[in-house]
Design a binder for this molecule. Structure first.
Ligand code: HEC
Ligand code: HEC
Ligand code: HEC
Length: 103
């Protein structure tokens, strides 16, 4: 395992312990997201969240799964917000009974 991936695993494990802070709309309100730039890219999110598939597995019970759809791999910040209000983009066209935390 490379040093970088070791560090990623370490950051991930450390951060997971603080998830009790998670009921926040802005990602920046949680410790593991505090250092994200406001215009964070999907690539930056995936440094810790691994892959779109990995994230989709976490929401596999949602119908529809917001992380696996005909829209493909969109920017995370199309829905999640580092600093502002999150917005569930799918409902620009649909009316699914789904809301982002804090929306
Ligand atoms: C430094 C590592 C790191 C980075 C970078 C990161 N995250 Fe996270 N994030 C975590 C960890 C650790 C958790 C808790 C475990 C989990 O739910 O996967 C988490 C949880 C979450 C959660 C669920 C809890 C919540 O706050 O609602 C969301 C949503 C999330 N991250 C989105 C993002 C997005 C979007 C980005 C990029 C803008 C991002 N993360 C970047 C480490 C990171
Ligand atoms: C189309 C909108 C949308 C996009 C794009 C999106 N998400 Fe989500 N995400 C959601 C919704 C809806 C939830 C569930 C409600 C919430 O947590 O706000 C969620 C929840 C999560 C969670 C928490 C999962 C859990 O453990 O319950 C994580 C982590 C996450 N997203 C990360 C990401 C990352 C990383 C990206 C980019 C690779 C991303 N999301 C892109 C809509 C989206
Ligand atoms: C720009 C408009 C638009 C956006 C944004 C959009 N969709 Fe769709 N979606 C459509 C259209 C058009 C269809 C095909 C016609 C239909 O079945 O309503 C469709 C069909 C679907 C279907 C199958 C039919 C149904 O309604 O069950 C699902 C599931 C779906 N979309 C999920 C999503 C999810 C999840 C997102 C967000 C990640 C999303 N869509 C974002 C336009 C959109």
């Amino acid at each position: 395992m490379s040093l970088t991936s070791l560090l990623k695993v370490a950051a991930f494990t450390l951060c997971a312990a603080t998830l009790s802070f998670s009921a926040q709309a802005q990602l920046k309100n949680t410790p593991m997201h505090a250092n994200l730039p406001d215009n964070a890219t999907t690539q930056q999110c995936l440094m810790c969240h691994q892959s779109y598939e990995a994230v989709a597995q976490k929401t596999a019970k949602m119908n529809p799964n917001p992380h696996s759809s005909h829209r493909g791999d969109q920017n995370c910040t199309n829905c999640h917000s580092v600093k502002g209000k999150p917005h569930f983009e799918c409902n620009d066209c649909h009316s699914f009974n789904i809301k982002m935390k804090g929306e």
